[in-house]
Design a protein around this ligand. Structure first.
Ligand code: PXL
Length: 282
């Protein structure tokens, strides 16, 4: 059985980060160990008055104990981190547990729609670059990619721009970059998907599905969890993109008719049978 260690916050309510990654990775038949970076009463998007407990102190201790019992992981998957200090801790974690065949998967979860999430300072993206530079695969959205590259965010872009952005992301040091939440037009239809670039082979691949004009928190985490799970199962990047995009779009399609009651996150649970079907077929 494959085993992932994922490092993200626990947002107690709101369906993102660990409350999404753990069930999705498990449903894919992959063991999921967790390192919580912080505990929040809710996520920070659309809620006010949430609590925030930083768990930085625990991270080196968890790592030390894991090392002492010789734990091994097929992937190390980092998501939302509670502070810039935790980025250095993730670099240490990669050095400690990253064997030659361990996938170092970084979702630089820190921003969306042109803005940093509440609580992150302007210096955070520069620090996140450091972690991305030692990763095998990074999965930023357009906001996170432009922030790390010091570019102005734009929501109107060409596929040529997407391709050159991916090359520049890889020149930070990672082996592959996946740009998520890419919107484009195909045969007059608006499509939503992801584009990947492999710096070693120089190849691009992409997967697009129907664009649903609703946005939910946590869809980046749904996508990353499914993509990391598929890669660890040995699927190609092409197949992994298909699985992760199809599943994420299914979650959005399933949730938007009830957007009023459910704006805070997608009903990914009821779409898990579809995810399992995608894994079986691909
Ligand atoms: O889904 C990303 C995310 C994760 N964790 C917390 C967040 C967000 C996005 O807003 O606030 C705490």
């Amino acid at each position: 059985m494959k085993r992932i260690a994922t490092v993200q916050d626990i947002s107690c309510f709101g369906k993102c980060s660990l409350t999404v990654a753990l069930p999705i990775v498990s449903a894919m038949g992959v063991e999921c160990a967790v390192v919580p970076t912080a505990v929040l009463s809710t996520h920070t998007g659309g809620f006010s008055g949430y609590t925030f407990r930083d768990l930085s102190e625990d991270i080196p201790k968890i790592s030390e104990h894991w090392k002492s019992i010789d734990l091994k992981f097929d992937a190390l998957y980092t998501g939302y981190l509670g502070s810039a200090e935790q980025i250095d801790m993730m670099k240490d974690l990669f050095a400690t547990f990253g064997r030659s065949d361990t996938l170092k998967f970084v979702d630089p979860a820190m921003a969306d729609n042109g803005k940093l999430y509440a609580g992150f300072g302007d210096e955070f993206p520069k620090k996140m670059r450091e972690l991305c530079s030692v990763a095998d695969i990074i999965v930023p959205n357009m906001t996170e990619a432009t922030l790390m590259l010091g570019e102005d965010f734009c929501s109107d872009y060409s596929m040529d721009y997407v391709k050159q952005l991916l090359k520049r992301l890889c020149s930070m040091g990672c082996r592959q970059a996946v740009l998520t939440g890419v919107i484009t037009e195909r045969d007059g239809k608006k499509m939503h998907g992801a584009v990947a670039y492999n710096a070693e082979s120089g190849e691009y691949c992409e997967y697009f599905a129907e664009h649903i004009p609703f946005s939910f928190h946590g869809t980046g985490d749904v996508f990353s969890s499914a993509l990391c799970g598929a890669m660890v199962l040995g699927k190609s990047m092409e197949k992994s993109l298909e699985i992760a995009v199809e599943y994420t779009v299914d979650c959005i399609k399933h949730t938007f008719p009830d957007y009023e009651n459910h704006p805070y996150g997608v009903k990914f649970e009821e779409c898990i049978p579809y995810l399992c079907k995608l894994i079986g077929e691909n």
